[in-house]
Design a protein around this ligand. Structure first.
Ligand code: GDP
Ligand code: IMO
Ligand code: MG
Length: 420
């Protein structure tokens, strides 16, 4: 069955681990949104990787990995990542690139810094918003343009000219030369020239043939450009529906919608976070959970699990299974709090407000559950006992969605599977 792995929080839920865990039995693994703002930690045969663009399928021989049209690609990042993975595997990763995926150009990063959105929103400063903005304004450059150097040069020279007029005092923009930009993009992209495809038909055919296609989400539901905590969001569709716009395939064939959530909550960058803990308990979660950004190294903000947000994210994605990660990080806490509702405008509500500004005024209403000393390695689901089992059941009852994967450590073997 085709599977989508979906982040249900503000990113970093452990999507990399979960996708890597399942990708070995897939025929194809597809990244459909975002770009090198993503940082997915994968431990492959004991070696740790933080992947930004490569789908987790690259670690398995015989699995085809695809970067879809909805992704923004920084070829310099892709090259570096590709080379590191190739050294580890002793072979080149099998990768296809959608011809309609957009390129993040060096001027996109310059622009993001010039605008100061890194400071205002806590972005990853990878040029994500400027690249998606160029795409929407039809002044972007696409992967397929690499095969037509004259067309590429025309687009790059025109865009650069407009940008220089907009930012006349930028020495960095002045220093860029269109011919150099084109030459360097072509040199970086050359190894994939034979692998540039119309991804919609490639992935659509695999789905129609009933192959096990996996979709690896980047970011999380609460960072979605339309339904996240706007304006503290990313620039792409992080939801299940984003697969449809990124690839125009029959998403009805994707039966397994596996939402990934940590057993607590984190966020990196600015924006509202009702259950944030600015105290030793929050610092303890950060230390035990190693909560530092995979892409930027920034400390992540930590807090209790937010069920109001989780139910919202499940609804937006139509998630029908949950992967609950990092339960081990809650070890040793006498009590664990979970947010069941918000107090908003003097009323108690279980509705997640669409506006990020309103969410900033929400106060969590907590329920307290018993903690456990240490997460015990158990051979099967039935052996799960006591407070740990209660915590999992509590989440299932509150969301109405079964937990089918429990992750209690970063390595693939620290995982419990449950068949439905
Ligand atoms: P992603 O962006 O969703 O792929 O998540 P990240 O890789 O950015 O962040 C998840 C972090 O938690 C990584 O450092 C993982 O190695 C780690 N991790 C994943 N699952 C678990 C788990 O169950 N327990 C612990 N302790 N760490 C985990
Ligand atoms: P993965 O795939 C966590 C956050 C940034 C910032 C906001 C906008 O590893 O879960 P952007 O650079 O996208 O314009 O930044 O989104 N952000 C992420 N946070 N995990 C991610 O990806 C993220 N990708 C973007 O921190 O708050
Ligand atoms: Mg991450």
């Amino acid at each position: 069955m085709a599977t989508a792995v979906l982040g249900l929080q503000w990113g970093d839920e452990g999507k990399g681990k979960i996708t890597h865990l399942l990708a070995g039995s897939a025929s194809m693994v597809v990244r459909w949104n975002g770009g090198p703002n993503a940082g997915h930690t994968v431990i492959d045969r004991g070696v740790k990787f933080g992947t930004h663009l490569l789908p987790a399928g690259v670690f398995y021989e015989g699995v085809t990995s695809v970067i879809a049209g909805g992704v923004v690609v920084d070829l310099a990042v892709l090259r570096e990542e590709h080379d590191a993975v190739a050294r580890h595997l002793g072979r080149a990763p099998r990768l296809l690139l959608a011809e309609n995926a957009h390129l993040i150009m060096p001027y996109h990063r310059i622009l993001e810094d010039a605008e100061g959105s890194g400071a205002r929103f806590g972005t990853t400063r990878r040029g994500i918003a400027p690249a998606y903005r160029d795409k929407a304004a039809h002044v972007g450059v696409r992967v397929g343009d690499l095969l037509e150097p004259r067309r590429l040069r025309d687009k790059v020279a025109w865009r650069l000219d407009l940008l220089r007029r907009e930012w006349p005092s930028s020495a960095e923009l002045r220093a860029l030369d269109p011919d150099d930009l084109v030459a360097s993009q072509i040199a970086l992209g050359r190894p994939w020239f034979e692998s540039i495809v119309e991804a919609s038909s490639v992935v659509g055919r695999a789905l129609a043939a009933g192959e096990e296609v996996m979709f690896e989400g980047a970011q999380g539901a609460l960072l979605d450009v339309d339904f996240g905590t706007y304006p503290y969001v990313t620039s792409s569709s992080t939801l299940f529906g984003g697969i449809a716009t990124s690839l125009a395939v029959d998403v009805g064939r994707i039966g397994r919608r596996l939402g990934v959530t940590k057993a607590y909550q984190t966020r990196v960058g600015e924006g509202p976070f009702p259950t944030e803990l600015n105290d030793p308990t929050g610092a303890g979660l950060r230390d035990r959970g190693g909560e530092f950004g995979t892409t930027t190294g920034r400390p992540r903000r930590c807090g209790w699990l937010d069920l109001v947000a989780l139910r919202y994210a499940i609804r937006l994605n139509g998630a029908n299974e949950l992967a609950l990660t990092k339960v081990d990080v809650l070890d040793g806490l006498a009590k664990i709090k979970v947010c069941r509702a918000y107090r908003l405008d003097g009323k108690v509500t279980e509705e997640f407000p669409l506006s990020g500004e309103r969410l900033a005024t929400a106060e969590p209403v907590y329920e307290e559950l018993a903690g456990w000393p240490t997460w015990r390695r158990v051979a099967s689901w039935d052996e799960l006992a006591g407070a740990a089992r209660n915590y999992v059941q509590f989440i299932e009852e509150a969301t109405g969605v079964p937990v089918t994967i429990l992750s209690y450590g970063p390595s693939p073997e620290d995982t419990l599977h449950r068949a439905l």
